[in-house]
Design a protein around this ligand. Structure first.
Ligand SMILES: [Fe+2]
Length: 232
């Protein structure tokens, strides 16, 4: 009996060590750079709000994601698996915050660089089929995003099962992936994304954010999402 227990313990340690070892070979998560100046999104977002959002909010998600990973690995290494449950919420929150904001910076561009200009392609055709026009889709998505109570995101997303375009919201920093969707473009409805510039006028913020939408990137997100569900 003792031998059986020792064998189990050895096996558990080996698995834990292998996991730790493979995890330690990769670098920490880092804050991605925004390929524009912080001032480039005026008049939709001020320099101050973009800088705070990137260096303050997004950087905190990255730091907390790394800290959570370290704690998780330590609990696994020290065979304190019961403590992992405390970290699930932190992992979901900070991993989601990092993913959502990484997509945000990729899907916006200054007006002077072509922000807000809808590109012709398969996404526009799909939007027209589903919502009649891009303008109607934007109105619906803004209304849906405005209905969020508390903090969250509004999304144009692809339903992984049906392959259809849908407008959804997610609470806190949940990504659409948690709910069976692939994100294409998100509106950050957290106060930190608008309050400095718009105070409580969220509706104005939702309307203006489309002026800096990088539609070419959203189109490529759509193509990648369609390709990935067609592979399933
Ligand atoms: Fe944000």
């Amino acid at each position: 009996m003792l031998r059986t227990i020792n064998t189990l313990k050895h096996s558990r340690n080996t698995v834990a060590k292998q996991f730790i070892s493979s995890s330690q070979t990769r670098t920490k998560y880092t804050l991605p750079e925004i390929p524009y100046e912080y001032s480039a999104f005026s008049p939709v977002w001020s320099t101050e709000i973009v800088k705070n959002h990137h260096q303050g909010n997004h950087a905190a998600y990255v730091a907390n994601l790394n800290a959570t990973e370290e704690k998780m690995l330590s609990f696994i290494k020290n065979e304190q698996l019961e403590n992992l449950s405390e970290l699930h919420k932190l992992l979901r929150f900070n991993a989601g915050g990092h993913l959502n904001h990484t997509m945000l910076w990729q899907t916006i561009m200054p007006i002077s660089a072509g922000g807000g200009k809808v590109v012709d392609g398969s996404l526009r055709a799909a939007i027209d089929r589903e919502f009649d026009t891009v303008e109607k889709m934007i109105t619906l998505m803004n209304a849906k995003t405005a209905s969020i109570q508390g903090s969250g995101w509004g999304w144009l997303a692809l339903n992984k099962l049906s392959g259809s375009l849908e407008l959804i919201t997610t609470p806190n920093q949940d990504t659409p992936n948690y709910y069976g969707y692939l994100p294409l473009f998100g509106i950050d409805a957290w106060e930190h994304a608008f309050y400095l510039d718009y105070k409580t006028n969220k509706a104005e913020y939702f309307k203006k954010i489309w002026q800096i939408c990088n539609w070419a990137k959203v189109q490529s997100n759509f193509e990648e999402a369609m390709a990935s569900i067609n592979k399933v």
